[in-house]
Design a protein around this ligand. Structure first.
Ligand code: BGC
Length: 755
C-alpha cells in the first residue's frame, strides 16, 4: 500500500511536471503573438491622434513636398510608410529620423513594387506560372526578397494574383493566368518566398496580396474599368488565390482600383470586412492601391474626400497609399461622430502588428554587408532555370527543334533578338537592361559569332517599315535555319497598357510570311507580356516557342532550349484565343444548353446565300472562330513524347468527407530526358448551379529519363470538389468525370461518384 501510495505520488508528480513542461512550451508558442499584441496595445495608448493618422498614411517621397519637408514630416510622425524611397543610404537616413527624432520612434515601413525580381529579373509572373513549378517560383521570390531587403525594402506589393480571362488587359502579365487552382498554389509559393521562414530575418519582406479584389475582370480588358462578378465566380474563382495567400501568412493585402458590382474595391465592406476579416480571420494590414481611396470620387461613389475617407475606413482599409484623404479628414470625421476612435485604433493596430512582426523595432536599419548579394551568379542561374521552365513549345513540325550546335549558320532576325530592356518585361523598377543577356548574345556564345547572321529588320515590335525586308530575306536565304525573335515590347503590357487587338504588332506577320516563303526551317520565338493571337505564326512557322518576357537571362535560357541542352517543359497558364472576338475564353466555362461539336459548327464561308438559315447549327459557336480556342489551357509540347496509360481509381465512390487515390502511368517514349507536367481535371456533371466542363484539381511536374515510366498519384478529396452555389459552400453527391492528362483538352478519362 505504502509502495503504491509512493508510486502514485511519484506518478502524479511526473504528470504534473509533464503538464508544466507542456504548458510552458505551449506558452512559448503563444507568447510571441501575445507579446506582439501587448506591445501593439501599449504603443497605441501612447499615441496621439495625429500620430495614429500618420501611421495610416503612406507617401511616395516624390510627392512629399521636397526633401526637407519629407524629413520634417517623418520627424513629426506624419507617415507610417514610404513607397519608392530609393537607395539604402536614403532609407537608413530616413529611418534614423523616424527612430531617433520622432516622438515615439516608430520605424517606417519601406515599400516598393518588386514584382518579378529586383536586380535579377525573372520572367514576368505569367511566364513563371507557365513553369507550373511552385518550388522554383518560391525560390525566385526568395531571391527577390534577399536583393530588395538589402536596399532597405521590407515590403513589396506582390504577389499580384488577379485571375483574368482577358488577354487584352495589360496586367495579365503580372498575374498567374486564368486558373484558380494553379494560381493558388503559386500564390502560396510567392508569399512563402517573399516572407521567408522567419519574419524577423533581415531578408524577410512583407508580402502584399493584390489587387483585392476582382481587378482582373475589368470590362473589355480596359484597365481600371468596371467589374461585375457574380458571387459564385467571386468565391469559386477570383478569391481562391487570395485565400491561399492569407493562409500562407501574407502580412498585407492591397485593395484595388476597380468597382466591383457597383462598389469600389477600396470601399467594399463585403469583400474587405465580411470576407477578409470575418470569414478568413485576417489580422494583417490592408493598404489601398495608389489613390484608390480618392478615386472613389471619380467612381461616383463618394461626393468628396471626406466621404471617401469615411467609406474606406469603414470598409477596413488601414493605410492609404498616395492620396491624403485620411490625413485630411479623419479628425473631423471623429469630431462629427461619423467614425469612432475604435475604428482608427483597429487600423493602427493592424499596421503596427506588421511592423512588430517584421522585427522593425529591434532592427530598423539595413546593414551594409547585405548589399553584396545583388546579381549573385546563383541568382542568375536560377533566373535562367526559371526562364527555361517557363517557355512553352507550341509547335514542332518534323522536329524542327532542337537545332544542332553543329549548324553552319543561323539567321537571327527580329525586334526582340537583341533588345535587353524589352526582355525584362513590365514592372521592372530596379532591374537594368545592361544586366540582360539577349538571345543574340547567347547564340553567339553557343555557335561563335561567325555563324550568326543577325538583322533586326523591324526596329521594334510595332515597326511597320519594310525597308529592310529584302536584305533580311537575302540573309535568311544564305543561312541554314531562321530563328525569328518577335512579340511585344515591354511597354505594350502592364498597368494602363490594354490592347483592343492582341495580334503581333507592326509588320511582324508580314515578315514571318516572307521568311516562311524562303523554305528554310523557320523557328519563331515569341517574347510577350500576354498570350497573343498567333494563328498565322502557328500556320507558317515550323516551330514556335513562347518565351514571354523571360527576364535577365532570357537569352541563355532560350538558347538552352533551342540547341537542345534541355527540352521545353512549360505549359500554358492561360487559354490562347484566335482573336479578340473570342474573349473571354477560359477552359472551365459552363457547358451551355447548346454546346457545339465539330459537326454542329457552321463555318461562315459554308453558309449558302440561298436559304442560309437551313445550314446553321444553332449551337454555341462563332461562325468565324468556331468553338475551340487557338490553344487550350495547360498545353505545351516537348522534344520527347509522353504516353499516358492505366488510369486507376482506388474506389469508384467516396463519401462527402472521403477521398480517393487516382493514378496513371506516364512513359517517356521519345528520345530525350525531359519533364512533363501531369494534370488532373474533374467535372461535376450535375450541380445545384451549373458547373464548369472541367476544373484543374491537381498537377505534378515529373522528370522522366528517356524510355522510363513513372506512376503519378493524386489524392482527391470530396472537400476539393466543394463549391459556392450562391448561398453556401456545398459538396454535392453525384457523378463526376475525371481526367489525367497533358493538358485541359486531352487525357485518360474515368468516373466516380460522391455518395
Ligand atoms: C498599381 C499597384 C502598385 C502601386 C504602387 C499602382 O498603380 O496598381 O499594383 O503596387 O501602383 O506602385
Amino acid at each position: 500500500m505504502g509502495y503504491k501510495i509512493y508510486s502514485r505520488t511519484k506518478i502524479a508528480g511526473l504528470i504534473f511536471s509533464l503538464l508544466l513542461v507542456l504548458l510552458i512550451s505551449c506558452n512559448d508558442k503563444v507568447a510571441e503573438p501575445d507579446k506582439i499584441e501587448s506591445r501593439v496595445n501599449q504603443l497605441l495608448t501612447r499615441m496621439t491622434l495625429d500620430e495614429k493618422i500618420g501611421q495610416m498614411t503612406q507617401i511616395d517621397p516624390g510627392f512629399a513636398g521636397g526633401e526637407e519637408q519629407l524629413k520634417k514630416s517623418v520627424r513629426d510622425g506624419r507617415y507610417g510608410s514610404l513607397l519608392n524611397l530609393f537607395g539604402v543610404e536614403k532609407v537608413n537616413e530616413m529611418q534614423k529620423i523616424a527612430i531617433e527624432e520622432s516622438r515615439l520612434g516608430i520605424p517606417l515601413l519601406i515599400g516598393r513594387d518588386v514584382i518579378h525580381g529586383y536586380r535579377t529579373i525573372f520572367p514576368i509572373p505569367l511566364g513563371m506560372a507557365a513553369s507550373w513549378n511552385p518550388e522554383i517560383v518560391k525560390k525566385a521570390f526568395r531571391i527577390s526578397a534577399i536583393e530588395c531587403s538589402s536596399q532597405g525594402i521590407k515590403w513589396t506589393f506582390a504577389p499580384m494574383i488577379d485571375i483574368t480571362w482577358d488577354p487584352r488587359w495589360g496586367r495579365i502579365a503580372e498575374g498567374c493566368g486564368e486558373d484558380p487552382f494553379l494560381a493558388s498554389t503559386l500564390s502560396k509559393a510567392m508569399v512563402e518566398g517573399i516572407q521567408g521562414d522567419d519574419l524577423t530575418d533581415p531578408t524577410a519582406v512583407a508580402a502584399c496580396a493584390k489587387h483585392y479584389v476582382g481587378y482582373g475582370f475589368s470590362e473589355a480588358g480596359r484597365d481600371y474599368n468596371t467589374t461585375y462578378i457574380s458571387e459564385p465566380v467571386l468565391r469559386n474563382v477570383v478569391l481562391k488565390p487570395f485565400k491561399a495567400a492569407k493562409d500562407a501568412g501574407a502580412l498585407t493585402f492591397m485593395s484595388g482600383f476597380n468597382d466591383l458590382n457597383g462598389i469600389p474595391a477600396s470601399g467594399n465592406e463585403f469583400t474587405l470586412k465580411e470576407i477578409l476579416r470575418k470569414e478568413w480571420g485576417f489580422n494583417g494590414m490592408v493598404v489601398s492601391d495608389w489613390s484608390s481611396i480618392s478615386e472613389m470620387i471619380s467612381h461616383g461613389f463618394c461626393a468628396n474626400e471626406k466621404e471617401a475617407a469615411l467609406k474606406a475606413l469603414k470598409a477596413g482599409v488601414d493605410m492609404e497609399m498616395s492620396s491624403l484623404t485620411y490625413a485630411g479628414n479623419i479628425k473631423q470625421l471623429l469630431q462629427e461622430g461619423k467614425i469612432d476612435q475604435q475604428m482608427v485604433d483597429e487600423a493602427v493596430k493592424n499596421i503596427l502588428r506588421v511592423k512588430f512582426k517584421l522585427g522593425l523595432f529591434e532592427n530598423p536599419y539595413t546593414k551594409a554587408e547585405a548589399q553584396k548579394q545583388m546579381l549573385n551568379p546563383d541568382f542568375l542561374d536560377h533566373a535562367r532555370k526559371v526562364a527555361r521552365e517557363s517557355a512553352v513549345l507550341l509547335k514542332n513540325k518534323d522536329k524542327a527543334l532542337p537545332l544542332s550546335q553543329k549548324i553552319r549558320s543561323v539567321a537571327v532576325i527580329g525586334p526582340l533578338a537583341d533588345s535587353p530592356r524589352d526582355q525584362l518585361g513590365t514592372w521592372v523598377f530596379d532591374g537594368k537592361a545592361e544586366n540582360s543577356v539577349t538571345p543574340l548574345t547567347a547564340f553567339k556564345e553557343v555557335l561563335g559569332s561567325e555563324k550568326v547572321n543577325f538583322i533586326k529588320c523591324l526596329q521594334y515590335s510595332r515597326d511597320k517599315k519594310k525597308n529592310d525586308f529584302a536584305k533580311t530575306i537575302a540573309l535568311a536565304k544564305k543561312s541554314e535555319a531562321i530563328v525569328y525573335f518577335g512579340g511585344e515590347e515591354w511597354i505594350l503590357s502592364g498597368e494602363g497598357q490594354a490592347r483592343g487587338e492582341i495580334n503581333l504588332p507592326g509588320a511582324q506577320d508580314e515578315l514571318i510570311n516572307e521568311l516562311a516563303k524562303t523554305g528554310k526551317p523557320l523557328i519563331v520565338v515569341i517574347m510577350a507580356g500576354r498570350p497573343l493571337a498567333i494563328g498565322n505564326v502557328l500556320d507558317k512557322a515550323d516551330a514556335v516557342l513562347y518565351g514571354w518576357h523571360g527576364g535577365s537571362m532570357a537569352g541563355p535560357a532560350l538558347a538552352d532550349l533551342i540547341f537542345g541542352k534541355e527540352s521545353p517543359s512549360g505549359k500554358l497558364p492561360v487559354t490562347f484565343v484566335k482573336g479578340s472576338g473570342q474573349i473571354p475564353f477560359y477552359y472551365y466555362h459552363n457547358n451551355t444548353g447548346r454546346p457545339a461539336t465539330a459537326k454542329s459548327w457552321t463555318p461562315m464561308d459554308s453558309i449558302p446565300v440561298v436559304n442560309p438559315q437551313s445550314s446553321l447549327g444553332y449551337k454555341s459557336f462563332h461562325l468565324d472562330y468556331g468553338f475551340t480556342p487557338l490553344l487550350p489551357f495547360g498545353f505545351g509540347l516537348s522534344y520527347t513524347t509522353f504516353k499516358y496509360s492505366d488510369l486507376s481509381l482506388s474506389s469508384m465512390s467516396m463519401s462527402t468527407s472521403g477521398s480517393i487515390t487516382v493514378k496513371a502511368s506516364v512513359s517517356n517514349t521519345g528520345e530525350m530526358d525531359a519533364d512533363e507536367i501531369v494534370q488532373l481535371y474533374v467535372r461535376d456533371r450535375v450541380g445545384s448551379i451549373t458547373r464548369p466542363v472541367k476544373e484543374l484539381k491537381g498537377y505534378k511536374r515529373i522528370s522522366l529519363a528517356q524510355g522510363k515510366q513513372a506512376q503519378v498519384e493524386f489524392q482527391l478529396s470530396a472537400k476539393d470538389l466543394e463549391f459556392f452555389n450562391g448561398h453556401q459552400n456545398v459538396i454535392e453527391p453525384g457523378e463526376f468525370d475525371i481526367w489525367i492528362g497533358p493538358n485541359s483538352a486531352d487525357g485518360l478519362h474515368g468516373e466516380f461518384t460522391i455518395q
